[in-house]
Design a binder for this molecule. Structure first.
Ligand code: GTP
Ligand code: MG
Length: 464
């Protein structure tokens, strides 16, 4: 049994080799460029499950001199790796064969080959030479069609050639492949060399386990975020009643800003869970997630149906009805008259830190405390939840090769909200959590969170 499965990615410049490595190894720091010749030397990237390296991918610049390399391979006989070894020994000091030697080296070390082509272009004699060299090395090898363009005219001729030269042929779009596509490709790699089967099966098992952990952490992050969003409020203190209307507007802005910041923190956390280190992952053009949290489109597309809202309303008791929600987004204002001694936590927000507690007593009596939030609408928690779930699914299936903003996601890339499909029993689980948070009971919140987590794990697509 070979220990660590190693695969070298080979192909013409600009065919998407580094993109395949980035998506398979879940590493978005790999250099990908529209200009051919980006990768100029061999680079090794590990795919890890937890801290354990389970597969190694070797990114290569591709062949430098395939025609004359093939000529040499044809002139020189040799069994197994022996001929490849001799080729490297003979050419390693020759600058004309630098890349060829480099990419053949992992094969001698026991690596398999993943040959990448963009099958939207016709096959050339250079491609034929490359495929023939790989066949003559007799290493385990798979061809991957990375369909960069829509053109399928040449697909059949590619497939015929592939069948003659490779143990397996797969289509894999490096910029769109999600978790399931990645697992399927790894499963297929098992078939190119039986010796790898045990190690790859173990690797896939560890990846699934790792995925399970990520989904559970995501569910926990959603629960934390929802709790913060439900508790979120802003207050200030006014000396005169005449300023209340203006202050309400200002506070509403402040409240929205605060919600936005805690949602951003949540999204940062989710990206971190899925090893997305690029600061902004680009949401598709028509994504509902690009909408403001309180926009009408968000509240129509996400959250509960009218029928469910009636159920949630009854379970929550005393919230706002659906009609009022759409108008105000459930943002409520409290205006409280206060006197110096009664100033609570809200007053500390007044003029920020300038207001020291010791000075509170010097405040004129009879001021007003203005508060925005917490949000009391029945619909709000579910709109926020759907946003979190959609974002999480998007991040969980992010292809680490994606760079350009122009990349469109498949229609299945974004679904409508999840909560509108929840049954009464599921709504009960969710509302129990919302209610516990609103009541401010830490114990009840913790208790409800456990069951809620199971529901969220399921909503995130299960852990399979
Ligand atoms: N549309 C589309 N573009 C892709 C796909 N895969 C890669 N590309 C683009 O093709 C270009 C080349 O991708 P790379 O991954 O750098 O290709 P490479 O084979 O490593 O290139 P070199 O290192 O130059 O040999 C980049 O602009 C990629 O964004 C794909 O599946 N679809
Ligand atoms: Mg490259």
């Amino acid at each position: 049994m070979k220990k660590l499965p190693i695969f070298a990615i080979v192909g013409h410049p600009n065919e998407g080799k580094s993109s395949i490595v980035a998506t398979l190894s879940q590493n978005d720091s790999i250099a990908i460029s529209a200009v051919p010749g980006e990768t100029i030397r061999l680079q090794r990237f590990d795919l890890k499950a937890g801290h354990e390296v389970i597969i190694e991918f070797v990114d290569t610049p591709g062949f430098q001199n395939p025609q004359s390399t093939l000529a040499w391979f044809r002139e020189n006989e040799g069994l197994g790796d022996e001929r490849t070894k001799r080729f490297i020994e003979t050419h390693e000091k020759d600058a004309d064969y630098h890349h060829d030697c480099e990419l053949l080296r992992p094969i001698v070390e026991g690596a398999g080959i993943i040959y990448v082509v963009d099958a939207s272009r016709p096959m050339t004699s250079v491609d034929a030479a490359e495929m023939e060299i790989l066949r003559l090395t007799s290493c385990p090898r798979m061809a991957i069609i990375n369909p960069k363009g829509e053109d399928v005219r040449f697909m059949d001729s590619w497939k015929v050639a592939f069948r003659q030269h490779f143990n397996s042929v797969r289509t894999f779009n490096a910029q769109r492949a999600g978790y399931v596509d990645r697992i399927e490709l790894l499963e297929a790699l098992k078939s190119i060399d039986q010796d790898w089967e045990p190690a790859l099966s173990r690797a896939i098992g560890l990846l699934r386990q790792d995925r399970k952990g990520s989904i559970e952490r995501t569910a926990e992050a959603i629960i934390d975020h929802l709790e913060q969003a439900l508790r979120c409020s802003c207050s200030s203190f006014l000396e005169k009643e005449s300023g209340v209307e203006m202050e309400k507007h200002r506070l509403e802005e402040e409240y929205r800003g605060k919600l936005g910041r805690i949602e951003k923190r949540f999204r940062d956390q989710v990206r971190d869970i899925y090893s997305i280190r690029r600061v902004e992952i680009e949401l598709p053009e028509n994504s509902i997630l690009r909408e403001d949290l309180f926009s009408e489109r968000s509240w129509q597309a996400l959250g509960l149906t009218q029928k469910q809202l009636a159920i949630a309303g009854a379970l929550l008791g005393g919230g706002l009805g659906a009609g009022a929600d759409l108008a105000a987004g459930g943002i409520t204002f409290g205006v409280f008259a206060s006197i110096g001694a009664a100033l609570g936590a809200g007053s500390a927000l007044w003029k920020g830190k300038a207001l020291a507690r010791a000075k509170i007593k010097q405040l004129p009596l009879g001021g007003l405390k203005v508060t925005t939030g917490p949000n009391i609408s029945d619909a709000f928690p579910f709109v926020q939840l759907d946003r979190d779930i959609l974002y999480s699914k998007f991040a969980a299936n992010w292809a680490h090769a994606r760079r350009e903003t122009s990349v469109e996601l498949d229609a299945k890339g974004e679904e409508e909200g999840v909560s509108s499909r929840w049954t009464q029993a599921q709504l009960k689980v969710a509302t129990r959590f919302v209610q516990a948070v609103r009541k401010g009971s830490a114990e009840a919140t913790e208790l409800a969170a456990a069951e809620f987590k199971t529901l969220l794990v399921e909503a995130l697509g299960g852990v399979g």
